[in-house]
Design a protein around this ligand. Structure first.
Ligand SMILES: [Cu+2]
Length: 398
């Protein structure tokens, strides 16, 4: 107050003037607000109306799509089969999941299952891995053929088995008409050098030392990687820890999970890759070791009380695997294939796309135990097998 009183008169006058100005301003603002409220009310009414309009328009569009679908119907779909990519505007790429010829059961029985048993170790300091690259027609489900790109003429490619401390020497020979490469997740190596593209007709050798135990993916790393993996260019390498450091197992199986995205049903002629489905992660088939349901018709075997070890890789290209064995628990789960520690009595363990996991089960009661991804859409698309404990008769679907 003392300070205000000491102010010169002009200053006080100025104060009064500024009060007046403020009143005028408030008046203007009030008027403006009044107008604004009115305008907002009008906008609200207009918005409500345009929402109704939009709704009506959307419904009309939906009706037109429904009408078009029922008009063109199956004839339109049939005309599209055989196309590699079918992202025609407004038409969903059809699913070919579950397609099967009349003799599917006989074909499934006649199919020679991919050998899941872990191959023996190679003695000596160097493990020589020869990977021939070729383009081949593969069966990926009973009666379903696919134009695949492969390591060693099959998908997955050969299982590599090494021990920590060994050198893995990889020789790629490209017998296909286009460039390919290989990326080993077990390696610590400059990828621009080791994982480089190899031209058609060329060979290339690189080596790496196996430094960490586990199970790892290998795959073609040529762009677009999604297409090269989806077409079948992947496999597993198991790296054992030093001898005697893991609990003993009576049987060891390698399972590689992968998805297939088909541009046609693959029945009359081999299907090609549908990149639209691959991008949308909408597979037609999901498999263990490249063929839908092959271990249902040709179960993996074990005897009661045996410890069975699963070395699992998820090759993707995009979906994860929720590893689960129906009717038991995973006694030991080396999650993410970190072999320094395991979890006990796990119901389901995640194996991410591009990752691995190692799982022991010990089953005392004879029976048929489904081995699945508990992400059950994958089961319906073929990612299911059976562990037959005690060589019991019969089969089951799950
Ligand atoms: Cu490739």
């Amino acid at each position: 107050m003392a300070y205000q009183a000491s102010q010169p008169v002009p200053s006080l006058h100025h104060h009064a003037e500024s009060h007046e100005t403020r009143h005028v301003l408030i008046g203007i603002i009030a008027v403006f607000l009044g107008v604004a409220v009115g305008v907002l009310a009008l906008v609200a009414v207009w918005m409500g109306d345009s929402a109704h309009t939009a709704q009506r328009q959307a419904q009309a569009a939906a009706d037109r799509v429904a009408a078009a679908t029922s008009t063109h119907g199956t004839a339109g779909m049939a005309g599209m089969s055989g196309m590699a990519s079918s992202a025609t505007a407004g038409v969903e790429t059809p699913s070919f999941a579950g397609a099967a010829p009349a003799n599917a059961e006989a074909l499934a029985a006649a199919h020679k299952a991919y050998p899941a048993a872990l191959p023996a170790l190679t003695l000596g300091p160097v493990v020589d891995v020869k990977l021939g690259i070729s383009h081949d027609v593969l069966q990926i489900a009973p009666g379903i053929r696919y134009n695949a790109w492969t390591f060693g003429g099959k998908a997955p490619g050969p299982v590599v088995h090494a021990r920590v401390g060994q050198t893995v020497r990889v020789t790629l020979t490209n017998n296909s008409p286009m460039g390919h490469s290989v990326d080993f997740h077990a390696a610590r190596i400059a990828p621009n050098v080791a994982f480089r593209d190899v031209d058609p007709g060329q060979s290339f050798t690189f080596s790496f030392k196996a430094t960490a135990p586990g199970v790892y993916m290998y795959h073609c790393g040529t762009k677009p990687v999604l297409a090269h993996i989806a077409n079948g260019m992947y496999g597993a390498i198991v790296v054992d820890p030093p001898a005697g450091t893991l609990p003993a197992a009576d049987r060891e199986y390698v399972l590689v999970a992968s998805e297939w995205y088909l541009g046609s049903d693959g029945l009359k002629q081999p299907a090609g890759l549908d990149m639209t489905k691959a991008h949308e992660m909408r597979p037609d088939w999901v498999t263990w070791n490249g063929y839908a349901g092959q271990y249902v018709t040709h179960p993996l075997m074990a005897m009661p009380g045996e410890t069975v070890r699963f070395w699992v890789v998820d090759a993707g290209p995009s979906l994860n695997t929720a590893f689960h064995v129906v009717g038991t628990l995973l006694n030991r789960a080396w999650v993410n294939a970190d072999m320094s520690q395991y979890q006990r009595d796990v119901q389901t363990a995640l194996v991410p796309a591009g990752g691995g996991g190692v799982f022991d089960v010990k089953i005392d009661e004879p029976g048929l135990y489904p081995v699945v991804s508990h992400s059950f859409a994958s089961v319906d698309m073929g990612q299911v097998g059976l562990l037959n404990v005690g060589d019991v008769a019969g089969t089951m679907s799950h």
